[in-house]
Design a protein around this ligand. Structure first.
Ligand SMILES: Cc1cc2nc3c(=O)[nH]c(=O)nc-3n(C[C@H](O)[C@H](O)[C@H](O)COP(=O)(O)O)c2cc1C
Length: 186
């Protein structure tokens, strides 16, 4: 039996009733056998990126994020789309974590999820994130993708209630991500 895959979950929304956090929590609660997903709740504590601060050393919260990414076998990001792109919160965290030395996204298997009230399900945030991870040499799984449209109808009281989406995440997406990670590990 292969070792348990340790996946770090990050959410691009701080909203108490966040659909994306609910989707990430659902994934964590329904990870396939052989995968453990731990969410990291400190994204909102990361200060705005400032090169002057970075030159003096990473803030402890950034150091922790960098270490968590380095130690993880894979990264699972669930994020809304803000103004057709990646929320500043998430981009800021990626910018901090990506600075040298040893930027932790290089060669890291990554899977993306999004949820939005629109019909596109946050798709445009995926494509901007994918572009960012090209430069950082992160290995974003191409398919399957999770883009949850009409989120207001698919979540209730902080839970993903839409059966088809639940079954797709638990039965298709996460097992495919486990395969993606194992294939990258060789
Ligand atoms: C600043 C801002 C910009 C937004 N831009 C978009 C957008 O471009 N496309 C979209 O589908 N939804 C957009 N939304 C709506 C979000 O998708 C919606 O609020 C979603 O529920 C946020 O995710 P969350 O529930 O995880 O917080 C925007 C919301 C905010 C606050």
């Amino acid at each position: 039996m292969a070792e348990t895959l340790n996946v770090l979950g990050l959410c691009g929304s701080l909203r108490r009733g966040s659909f994306n956090r609910a989707a990430l929590d659902f994934a964590a609660e329904n990870a396939p056998e052989g995968m453990e997903i731990q969410t990291w709740p400190r994204l909102g504590e990361i200060p705005p990126y400032n090169e002057d601060i970075r030159e003096k050393g990473f803030p402890p919260v950034v150091e922790e994020l960098r270490n968590r990414i380095k130690e993880a076998d894979g990264l699972l990001i669930a994020t809304p789309e803000y103004n057709y792109s990646v929320p500043g919160l998430l981009k800021n965290a990626i910018d901090w974590a990506s600075r040298p030395p040893e930027q932790p996204f290089k060669g890291k298997p990554i899977a993306l999820m999004s949820a939005s009230m629109s019909g596109f399900g946050g798709a445009r945030a995926h494509y901007h994130l994918r572009q960012v991870f090209v430069f950082l040499d992160g290995l974003v799984m191409n398919v399957p993708e999770v883009m949850i449209a009409s989120a207001q109808d698919r979540f209730e009281e902080g839970k993903l209630i839409h059966d088809e989406t639940r079954s797709f995440i638990a039965g298709d997406f996460l097992p495919a991500f486990a395969d993606w990670i194992r294939a990258r590990q060789g």
